[in-house]
Design a protein around this ligand. Structure first.
Ligand code: GDP
Length: 366
């Protein structure tokens, strides 16, 4: 088949993988369209669709950003910050300023300390070498914080283009659709090829007469637990409404299982409460540390579920990290799942998580 390119984003048209760049249904090809489905939907329905891309391809695609001048808006999922920060970002964005945006705020308990969350986001980014100009917290789904963010984008972009980048599933499409609705109402959004003749797969939304907002494909980060679980399990672990903390009074020698996907052992310390912030539908199971290994082997996928069968086939083995906590109230963070808050008396815990999805600790947000 002769290579056909999308007139909107420049990508090669393909008819086999709906979730990948350049997809167009066979039937649409027969009519005389030269837009991929993503650009078609943007043009006719004012709506962007999520598409994903592998790490290496992402680097190739977006390395162009470093050669141009513009503002980079990096969206992360506040439930999976380590899984949604893009390590390679500074390498590809050159000297362009970066705004960091934590999305899905609506899922956090109202008592969350936003100032601490912002501080933690900034520090987590810095640890990966990403220096950010500003940090914002939003809910794309509910529309919270969008007005402030839009104002900041307008300020920082200084008349230039805006690149929206993020890993898959952070809510990038939901966010852009909100912006489109704000700025255009139901008007037709035109897509034009930004770098004509290249295969970037970027789509553009005009901001004013000279500058555009550019939706880049969502990068797939192997650290995201979302890539190791089935669709069914992803629904269970992803919160869909405000999280209700679940509190366990534990003695040392006790263990909490989060489904069968992660585990926390209370190794040493006085009796105290462990406050768990996970999707309300994710079962938490308490047991004795001494029985935990056997329980896991015998009941993973049953009493301890998720994982379901499909997840078990791809989920890496659990690995453990031990933390000694003292002083401030501390959160033990399981990326993509949630976190457990402990009071900060002398406490030793061992956290188990699937290999590659690293647990971390931070000052408590609540
Ligand atoms: P993309 O892959 O980054 O483009 O992400 P999508 O926009 O497709 O969103 C991924 C998932 O997160 C979808 O199930 C959305 O409904 C959900 N989502 C997006 N934004 C929010 C938000 O602000 N709050 C909540 N609770 N869910 C969100």
């Amino acid at each position: 088949m002769e290579k056909i390119r999308c007139q909107g984003c420049g990508i090669s048209i393909q008819t086999t993988s709906p979730k990948k760049l350049g997809y167009t249904p066979e039937t649409a090809l027969q009519k005389d369209t030269t837009l991929c489905q993503r650009c078609f939907r943007l043009k006719h329905y004012n709506e962007v669709q999520p598409v994903s891309i592998r790490d290496e391809d992402f680097l190739n695609l977006v390395s162009r950003i470093g050669e141009t001048s513009g503002l980079v808006v990096h969206i992360v999922d506040i439930f999976d910050v380590s899984g949604s920060l893009i390590k390679s970002l500074p390498r590809i964005t050159g000297n362009n300023p970066i705004i960091l945006v934590g999305n899905k705020m609506d899922l956090l308990p109202k008592s969350t300390n936003q100032r601490k969350l912002i501080k933690w986001l900034r520090a987590s980014a810095k640890e990966m070498g990403i220096i950010v100009k500003d940090v914002f917290l939003i809910s794309s789904a509910k529309g919270h914080g969008i007005a402030e963010l839009t104002e900041a984008i307008e300020h920082h972009r200084d008349g230039k283009d805006v690149y929206i980048v993020g890993t898959t599933n952070v809510g990038k499409s939901t966010f852009i659709n909100r912006l489109i609705n704000r700025s255009t109402g139901t008007n037709d959004v035109i897509t034009t090829s930004y770098f004509p003749g290249t295969t970037l797969g970027f789509i553009e939304i005009p901001l004013d007469d000279t500058a555009v907002l550019i939706d880049t494909p969502g990068i797939v980060n192997k650290q995201q637990i979302a890539h190791y679980v089935s669709k069914h399990d992803l629904k269970i672990i992803t919160p869909n409404k405000e999280i209700k903390p679940r509190i366990y009074q534990l003695n040392s020698g006790q263990t909490l299982f989060f489904g069968g996907l992660a585990r926390l052992d209370y190794v040493k310390g006085e009796k105290q409460s462990f406050v768990c912030y996970f999707a309300n539908g994710l079962p938490i199971h308490r047991t004795k540390m001494d029985n935990a290994d056997t329980l896991y082997v015998e009941h993973k996928g049953e009493l301890l579920s998720p994982p379901d069968q499909e997840t078990m086939e791809k989920l890496p083995a659990l690995t453990e990290t031990t933390y000694r906590v003292q002083g401030d109230k501390t959160d033990i963070v399981f990326p993509g799942l949630g976190w457990v808050s402990v009071a900060g008396q002398k406490t030793t815990v061992t956290a188990h998580s699937p290999k590659g999805v690293s647990v971390s600790i931070r000052k408590s947000l609540i």
